[in-house]
Design a protein around this ligand. Structure first.
Ligand SMILES: C[S@@+](CC[C@H](N)C(=O)[O-])C[C@H]1O[C@@H](n2cnc3c(N)ncnc32)[C@H](O)[C@@H]1O
Length: 419
């Protein structure tokens, strides 16, 4: 009988080992212990630009399919753009794996990973960016050649050991010694079970296997059920249609089903930005309140909404977010509508509305335009999300006059009217 799997979000996991694994797979940028240096950010950008151009490529590859067949392709000649869209791991999965590998590497000695199923080599390039020793196997010579061309373009060909042959023949000839094996090809029940059985003796102690597409077919579902029943794999975790298998000494037996993050990353980022902008506005307002405290009583009105401050230069704030989408830089400048209620500089307000609507072509264009309208950058920080690097800017504009906006007073007023 199939062993029971427990559904969980990454935050609800007790085992430190699985908690660390799950938070690197599913947690937002602030929850991972990975230092993103410029080299890494650049490597990811390059892989994603290449993915972008392969999705539009007119190339064909004559494929020798050694796997379980395809639901997308009929003949031997396959379009590179279709392979890129339908066969490869997406950016989110590849990036999540990269984070896990970097985290595990920082915890110990140098590590070795085997990818079974190279295809165009984009996921391989992600694995190589982790600093692990990467070996990858591919049954189709033309496909392997194409992948090698891609690694050359990315400058990572020297970090990857690529072998061509059937999984079975390469496995028979191999000594093993891997810490992780990513089984991403030949999604057939019996073949999967046979590879996993053989890998038991070829993995390093404590090593893991990640089996892709465990829900792809009835056969693959059956294979996963069988693997769950094997007492050798005392710790397992399914994640985004894949299954992790571990044989861990000292780990209590557990079988987890990891749910996707319950706060989407875009929502998480918006929340984070909101918190920062809110803090900035609160700080600003407390300064204004202090300034009012020193003012002449005759000028001070009892309604905080209508009192204004002219003491010194005040600032209004906006946000700018920069990220890559399908190889293009996207710049989003936004201003909270609360700014309009602060009675600030009419010219600054008018320009902010135009700026927020405009589609900037580059970060340089946005910064220059903002600067020409008197907007300055206050803070910059980068977060690494599963979709890639995102740069956040807090921008400000000096104004001579500012009315405190007190949304809580309005709310009370509304409640009173209704009630
Ligand atoms: C799903 S793709 C790999 C995708 C790749 N890991 C990525 O995410 O970029 C599977 C690849 O495995 C290869 N393959 C499938 N069965 C194989 C077998 N029995 N022996 C060798 N290669 C095989 C296929 O030719 C195909 O290129």
């Amino acid at each position: 009988m199939k062993r029971k799997e427990k559904k969980t979000y990454w935050r609800g996991i007790h085992s430190p080992f699985f908690f660390d694994l799950a938070r690197h797979l599913e947690g937002g940028g602030r929850y991972v212990d990975v230092a993103y240096d410029q080299g890494l950010v650049k490597a990811i950008d390059q892989i994603e630009s290449l993915r972008h151009s392969l999705r539009r490529s007119s190339d064909f590859i004559e494929v020798n399919d050694c796997g379980a067949g395809s639901r997308v392709f009929k003949g031997r000649f396959r379009e590179v753009k279709k392979i890129t869209r339908h066969v490869l791991q997406g950016k989110k999965v590849a990036f999540a794996l990269l984070r896990v590998l970097i985290f595990w590497r920082t915890q110990g000695r140098s590590k070795k990973i085997l990818e079974m199923g190279t295809s165009l080599g984009l996921t391989t390039a992600y694995l190589a960016a982790s600093g692990w020793d990467v070996e990858t196997w591919e049954g189709c010579q033309q496909t392997a050649n194409y992948a090698r061309k891609n690694w050359k373009a990315l400058g990572c060909e020297d970090q990857i050991k690529s072998q061509v042959g059937t999984f079975k023949s390469l496995m028979d000839d191999s000594q093993g010694g891997w810490d992780v094996v990513f089984l991403d090809g030949h999604h057939d029940r019996d073949a999967t079970l046979a590879y996993v059985e053989c890998l038991k003796t070829k993995l390093n102690p404590g090593g893991a296997i990640l089996v892709d597409d465990i829900d792809w077919s009835k056969g693959m579902k059956g294979a996963w059920d069988k693997l769950l029943d094997d007492p050798h794999w005392n710790a397992t975790m399914t994640w985004r249609g894949k299954g992790w298998l571990f044989n861990r000494v000292g780990e209590i037996e557990q079988h987890l089903k990891l749910r996707k993050s319950y706060i989407s990353l875009s929502k998480f980022n918006k929340m984070k930005l909101f918190t920062i902008v809110f803090a900035a506005i609160t700080l600003l307002m407390s300064t204004q309140v202090q300034a009012q405290g020193t003012k002449n009583q005759i000028n001070t009105k009892s309604n905080a909404e209508s009192s204004t401050s002219t003491a010194g230069a005040s600032k209004i704030f906006g946000e700018m977010l920069v990220f890559e989408l399908n190889g293009k830089t996207v710049v989003k400048v936004s201003f909270d509508p609360i700014m309009d209620r602060m009675g600030s500089d009419k010219v600054a307000l008018a320009s902010s509305q135009q700026i927020a609507k405009f589609n900037f072509q580059s970060i340089g264009q946005a910064l220059n335009v903002l600067s020409s309208h008197g907007w300055m950058v206050e803070h910059v920080w980068t977060t690494m999300e599963r979709s890639g690097a995102e740069q956040h800017f807090i921008i400000s504009h000096e104004v001579s006059k500012l009315s405190p906006a007190s949304p809580w007073l309005n709310k009370n007023k509304n409640k009173g009217t209704k009630g």
